[in-house]
Design a binder for this molecule. Structure first.
Ligand code: UT7
Length: 341
């Protein structure tokens, strides 16, 4: 739980950027690869297509760099003014060698320190809290938070239960001290180690290092028990959002938008129903990108940036491997038109 301090500086998101690869993998393409069909995928997940970084050199660090460059260029920000670069990901370029320092170097953030944060699909949400804490404590002024995943690097394209869900992408936001009363307000977080049996990559970690058997059994790929993960996701995403709303005396009328992790349209719908919020207030882009893990929330921010108005109350909610989950409450800091030069 975040410590309150009377001297705390409020942190705000002041800029947004994103990048998705050009290559599109449609449901029709998947019909040619595994035993599935467009109707099943759309009705069970809401996904129509996803982006795949086919170039092997375009790993997560590349996607993250492109998203960060998009943010910097759009907002005319000097990378030398950035203090910290955080990359939330479960698909780092290398297991040893954090991806964030590479991204910081690529974008010219020479004065920044950088590290990765791993909380699966909750990575960006946890990253928001981490970024805000560095600003709240007055330790740093500019924190670049990136959610990026090249999920195609850990997906088995012969497994129809996972290959239809995931896609590649990256989104970036800049956290700074707020220059008005709006910004990051609060968050709740939770986790439960029970998740490791339901959603995991079995081999390649210190528990089961890579061996010849790894490849024979295809244990280097992500697997999940979909139905179980589904139930936990709905329960924890809705409960976290409601806990936060109750804590701040927020009704669904007070909230302009809910930004849920994009795992499955049915998870999003069930979460929205439990929160009791109208569908029009729930932001969705899963049909275009699928589940991009740490990138879903910043991709939503990027797609809907021009929709937000200064002072809008936003609730983020996410659930991911571990299990990890949480919700964040943020009041939007700027009007898109006025903010851009
Ligand atoms: O981001 C956080 C982590 N991940 C998630 O939050 C994902 C959570 N889970 C899900 O989104 C859903 O559970 C899935 C999309 C993975 C699966 O949907 P479901 O409605 O839970 O399907 P199911 O696993 O219960 O399978 C229903 C049927 C099965 O056939 P039988 O046993 O009823 O004959 C599956 O074999 O659908 C079959 N099936 C498919 N059929 C066509 C499973 N995958 C496919 C497929 N195409 N791609």
């Amino acid at each position: 739980m975040r410590r309150e301090s009377s001297a705390a500086t409020k942190a705000a998101i002041t800029a947004v950027g994103s990048y998705v690869p050009n290559e599109v993998l449609t449901n029709q393409d998947l019909e040619q690869m595994v035993e599935t069909n467009n109707e099943w995928i759309q009705s069970r997940t809401g996904i129509m297509e996803r982006r795949i970084a086919k170039n092997p050199l375009h790993a997560t660090g590349y996607l993250a760099t492109k998203a960060a460059m998009n943010l910097l260029e759009k907002n005319d920000i000097d990378p030398l003014t950035i203090d910290l670069v955080l990359v939330a990901t479960i698909t780092p370029d290398f297991h040893v060698s954090s991806t964030a320092p590479y991204v910081a170097s690529q974008i010219g953030a020479k004065n920044a320190f950088a590290f990765d944060l791993q909380a699966a699909c909750s990575g960006f949400l946890y990253g928001m809290t981490t970024a805000a804490a560095f600003i709240n404590s007055n330790q740093y002024k500019r924190v670049l938070l990136i959610g990026a995943d090249k999920m195609s690097s850990i997906v088995d394209y012969t497994d129809r239960t996972t290959c239809i869900i995931f896609g590649d992408g990256a989104g970036a936001v800049l956290f700074e001290p707020s220059d008005n009363e709006f910004g990051y307000e609060d968050a709740v977080h939770g986790s439960d180690g029970i998740g490791k049996q339901y959603l995991n990559i079995k081999d390649g970690g210190s528990m089961h290092p890579i061996s010849a058997a790894t490849f024979e059994e295809k244990n280097q790929f992500v697997r999940q028990e979909g139905r179980t993960v589904f139930k936990y996701a709905v329960q924890h995403m809705s409960e976290s959002a409601l806990t936060l709303m109750n804590k701040h005396n927020l009704t669904t009328q007070d909230i302009q938008y809910v930004l849920p992790h994009q795992a499955n349209q049915r998870i999003i719908n069930a979460t929205a129903d439990r929160i009791g919020i109208e569908k029009e207030k729930v932001l969705v882009n899963i049909e275009k990108y699928g589940n991009t893990t740490a990138a879903t929330l910043p991709l939503l921010l990027s797609d809907f940036e021009s929709t937000f108005k200064k002072g809008d109350k936003l609730i983020f909610t996410a659930f991911g491997g571990g299990f990890t989950w949480g919700a964040a409450y943020l009041t939007w800091n700027y009007n898109y038109q006025n903010n851009k030069s």
